[in-house]
Design a protein around this ligand. Sequence first.
Ligand SMILES: *Cc1c(COP(=O)(O)O)cnc(C)c1O
Length: 389
Amino acid sequence: MRPDDICPRLDTVPPQPTQPLVPPIYPAVVYRCADPQQASTLLAGDEDGYVYSRDGQPNADLLSAKCRELHGADRAMICGSGMAALSAALLATLQAGDHVVVSDKLYGRSGSLFTSEAARLRIDSTVVDVCDLAAVRAAMTAKTRLLVAESISNPLLRVCDVAALAEICHRHKALLLVDNTFASPIVCRPLELGADLVMESLTKIVNGHSDVLLGLLCGREAHWQRVPHVVTTWGLSASPFDCWLAARGLATLALRAARAGDNARLVADKLAADRRVARVIFPGLADHPDHELAKRQFAAQYGAMITLILPGGTAAAARFISHAKRIPFAPSLGDLATTLSHPESTSHRGLSDQERTALGIDGGMLRLSVGVESPETILDALEEGLSAG
Ligand SMILES: *Cc1c(COP(=O)(O)O)cnc(C)c1O
């Protein structure tokens, strides 16, 4: 055999008497077709099967099938990031001349996607407080095709009434798209409450290990028509290795969410009783503005995000961060371990002081993403930060 002719490819894997316990990773970009007839029917979508991985690959399908079941969706698609999934939703449901109603509490990039980026496509938008149903009704027009809201918002952890928003949308022949990233399907399943499309950044709680960037879009068959075409044509697809890792993360989602949710509940109660903390925001606390709604709408847990406000503003937050050495200041969420973020300097740094004040964001505000450590370890680590104040 000439060295130049060594090729790692086999025509087929030799038949095996046993099956691997874990799914393989399929990095192949392209699949061999038997003949032109098969290539043509596969590419036309008249027959199920893989040809080119931007159009579909086994690792994305394995992951999307599980996400589809968790959400009770008819269809699901994995995209290269949460933002890719939101872009797919925008491009599949809206066109020039349409109008979209956008929550005023969206993740920053999502807000710009559905307002300034949408405007470049001649899609008009109105930004409203989705917790004010009268304001939502007033924002709907004859051209409104979509409403975008988050089931739990950042950093005030406001909960939107999915069933009520869905009813308003459907009366106006518009669709409701819910970003369920902060809740995860363990806490909330918006399709069961009437939403038409659900998006999640799998990067966060679902993968849970801060080592994958991926997004999910899922929904009802009736609204799915354009989604696969948009994902492949705008190039929003995911990589096989990322999907494989996220499927591994997903396997422990229920365990992690239960543990982190129990920890969050305990930490929220402790912080609420601590005089060094000005305010604790957690949907599971009775003084949260959406507590009753959360109790009704969520399955058992209230999520693992807690926002606290220290009385001393930005300087107090900085002192806390520098002393709470065992809690990484990492502006994301959903990791195995407890992390914290400072909205004023990260997620909401693009806003003016006035805009931040209007949203209720204070320099002393910290957002905890509670992890799965022992509760004692989390409380000790928080104490190191609090005693610095
Ligand atoms: C992170 C995040 C996104 C964007 O997801 P990426 O995977 O980072 O692209 C969207 N919405 C919310 C609520 C997020 O936290």
